[in-house]
Design a protein around this ligand. Structure first.
Ligand code: PLP
Length: 423
């Protein structure tokens, strides 16, 4: 198989003679057929083909195929956002009356989706610490548990998830492991190699990489044996009345899960990505291998500089720690995201943030522009210091996302802002 760098540039698009070198944007809601029977066969899932862009579109599919090739799956779909990707990944196999398990250090948006919104639809959840023991995980599993969910590198804590251990505990109990791989991207970690069954992405972050389009992806490894547990996964292993009694595992084998996500969830919920956004993602993917390397190298330089800085109380960047999980899962770099705290207190923090020139204050991470966010003053400003601590967020935590500028310029900006804050 081609190396990742080559897949970034070529996967998903092999033009024939006289065809466009770059993927075309197929900005069309619908597609033409010649006989009534041709159209009928598409609706019965007897033939594959495009008929309506709410379900599938060629531009969207080409970019999905590119992400699928990088992750090493059997199929992928693109969604309108990362939130939609995680929603689809879960409700493709869990519904009212079911139970799911998730690590508690996941992204705030996903925490709310799984912990507040899905329970309103009858899906129960247990959150566990990301370092829960195998016995603790097993104690949380119930007869109606359908899946386990975690984040390879958590946002914003940048903690590394022990993929192999969680996957083997899940599999011992007949459950799939779904992993949000947004921060590492497949360039730095490929969760399927460690036993994860389904991977999701907020492509809004590094895969786009330029801050232009919100999007998401779901990728299927094809490895989970749904047929072995027909009672637990009836949506995949029993006839679907909305397709004249078709059974996904019988009709689509290893691709049952991802085909159902398109033909059932996309058909009914419609959170598809637009062809234009898929085109931007395709461009982002073509340089992802170069960018992830540079984000990781620059972040390590900045993290080391911060660590040596007298105004800095602490720095958390996985690349600085000797954590064996970092060596195991992220040997090629830890992305550009880190967190640190300053010694001077809240007023000092604010003077520092206000004095930054190159680095911007943004509710975003993981693109080419270096940016900061101070959760206590911004996203979580309604919480007291005690409430922040209870939510696992240090009141002095500043999240820093290293972009693609020269690392020397990023450090110079941090230095001048710290000097200004001391005045
Ligand atoms: C941003 C993010 C999401 C949500 O993605 P959107 O594209 O903003 O909907 C999900 N998971 C992680 C890890 C994220 O960083």
């Amino acid at each position: 198989m081609a190396k990742l760098d080559t897949l970034c540039v070529h996967a998903g698009h092999t033009p024939g003679k006289g065809e466009p070198r770059q993927i075309p944007i197929i900005q069309s809601t619908t597609f033409k057929y010649e006989t009534s029977d041709q159209m009928a066969r598409l609706f019965d899932l007897q033939d594959a083909g495009y008929f309506y862009s709410r379900l599938q579109n060629p531009t969207v599919d080409q970019t999905a195929a590119q992400i699928n090739a990088l992750e090493g799956g059997v199929g992928a779909i693109l969604t309108s956002s990362g939130q939609a990707a995680n929603l689809f990944a879960v409700i493709n196999i869990a519904g009212a009356g079911d139970h799911i398990i998730a690590a508690n250090n996941i992204y705030g948006g996903t925490f709310n989706l799984l912990g507040v919104t899905l329970p309103k639809f009858g899906i129960d959840i247990t959150f566990l610490k990301a370092d829960a023991t195998d016995a603790e995980i097993e104690a949380a599993i119930r007869p109606n548990t359908k899946l386990i969910f975690g984040e390879t590198l958590s946002n914003p804590g940048v903690e590394v998830f022990d993929l192999e251990r969680w996957a083997s505990t899940a599999h011992r109990n007949g459950l799939p492991l779904i992993v949000d791989n947004t921060f590492p991207t497949p360039i730095l970690c490929r969760p399927f190699e460690w036993g994860a069954d389904i991977v999701t992405h907020s492509t809004t972050k590094y895969i786009d990489g330029h801050g232009v389009s919100v999007g998401g992806a779901v990728v299927d490894s094809g490895n989970f044996p749904w047929d072995k547990y027909p009672e637990r996964f009836p949506g995949l292993t029993r006839p679907d009345e909305s397709y004249h009694g078709l059974t996904y595992t019988k009709a689509f084998g290893k691709s049952a899960y991802i085909v159902k996500a398109t033909t059932h969830l996309m058909r009914d919920l419609g959170a598809i990505q637009s062809p234009q956004n898929a085109f931007y993602l395709h461009l982002g993917l073509q340089t992802l291998h170069l960018r992830m390397k540079r984000h990781s190298e620059s972040a390590l330089k900045v993290a080391r500089w911060l660590q040596a800085c007298p105004d800095v109380a602490w720095v958390h960047y996985p690349g600085l720690s000797g954590d064996p999980l970092v060596k195991k899962y992220l040997p090629d770099g830890c992305s550009g995201v880190m967190a640190f705290g300053l010694k001077g207190g809240r007023a000092f923090d604010n003077r520092f943030l206000d004095a930054l020139k190159l680095i911007t204050i943004e509710t975003h991470v993981a693109d080419c522009h270096t940016c900061v966010l101070h959760p206590a003053s911004h996203t979580h400003r309604q919480l007291s210091d005690e409430q922040l601590k209870a939510a696992g967020i240090a009141p002095d935590l500043i999240r820093l996302s290293i972009g693609l500028e020269a690392p020397e310029d990023i450090i110079e900006d941090l230095e001048q802002a710290l000097n200004a804050a001391r005045q």
